[in-house]
Design a binder for this molecule. Structure first.
Ligand code: SAH
Length: 231
């Protein structure tokens, strides 16, 4: 790669192999580096270095992977991609939710707010939010800006959904965004989470997830890859 100047190094992190499958197909053959148990796929794409990794499900995996990504590849920004449960009545399956901020819904926030890092709600980067919104518009895909909350369980229970809604008023629920945002905050790295809705996090959530996981994953993969061209 001698002589080639990359404009940016952009990190893409998804939790499940299904969330990275389409990105990897579109990017083509990658160099793969295994670090701390994570496989980092390295591609050059439209003059950017794109590093993608599958972190696994839930916050510990996501935080670890984000930190290892930042330590080793020093990306200009991190985009967390994948599917999520819809938490606002206007958000429908296959719509996109772009994080304005992320936080855990299953942790007493006082532990984050009153002790280091003295921050419990992690703001996403405004420019990345705008880019995601623009690309959704270009694709003709319905998108919403809003808060995404994350927890250690797949929410597929209308009562639990109602209690999370009452406490946090989020647009989407997932299991990783808060951890990616948390790690990016500590490392002063801009991030955004872009999620396609696979289910409504209610009593029918598991069935909907099985039906829409791949469709939703493909949709958000195309949007996120297009975003990298405009960063
Ligand atoms: N039914 C699958 C669920 C996997 S976990 C199984 O049991 O194997 C769901 C993944 O998709 C997580 O990575 C999470 O970030 C996201 N997700 C989608 N819908 C969700 C929901 N309703 N609640 C929590 N996470 C959700």
């Amino acid at each position: 790669m001698k002589g080639l100047i990359f404009t940016n190094t952009i990190a893409l992190i998804g939790a499940m192999p299904s969330e990275l499958a389409d990105i990897r197909t579109l990017l083509g053959k990658a160099e793969i580096k295994r670090i701390s148990g994570f496989d980092f796929y390295i591609n050059t794409y439209k003059n950017n270095a794109i590093i993608n990794a599958c972190c696994g499900i839930a916050k510990v995996n996501a935080a670890l992977c984000t930190q290892v990504m930042i330590d080793n590849f020093h990306p200009e920004c991190v985009i967390n991609t994948g599917v999520a449960g819809g938490m606002n009545s206007s958000v429908k399956v296959c719509d996109i939710v772009i994080s304005t901020e992320v936080l855990p819904h299953d942790l007493d926030l006082h532990f984050l707010n009153d002790y280091p890092p003295y921050c419990g709600i992690f703001k996403a980067d405004e420019k990345l939010i705008e880019t995601a919104e623009k690309i959704c518009g270009d694709f003709g895909v319905n998108c919403f800006r809003g808060r995404i909350v994350s927890g250690e369980a797949f929410v597929s229970d209308s009562a639990l959904k109602a209690s999370i809604q009452a406490n946090f008023d989020p647009y989407a629920v997932d299991m990783e965004s808060a951890a990616v945002g948390h790690a990016c905050y500590l490392n002063e790295t801009p991030y955004v989470s872009v999620r396609c809705i696979s289910d409504n996090a209610d009593d029918e959530g598991a069935m909907s997830f099985d039906e829409f996981e791949k469709i939703a994953a493909k949709r958000v993969a195309e949007i996120v890859l297009k975003m990298t061209e405009e960063i």
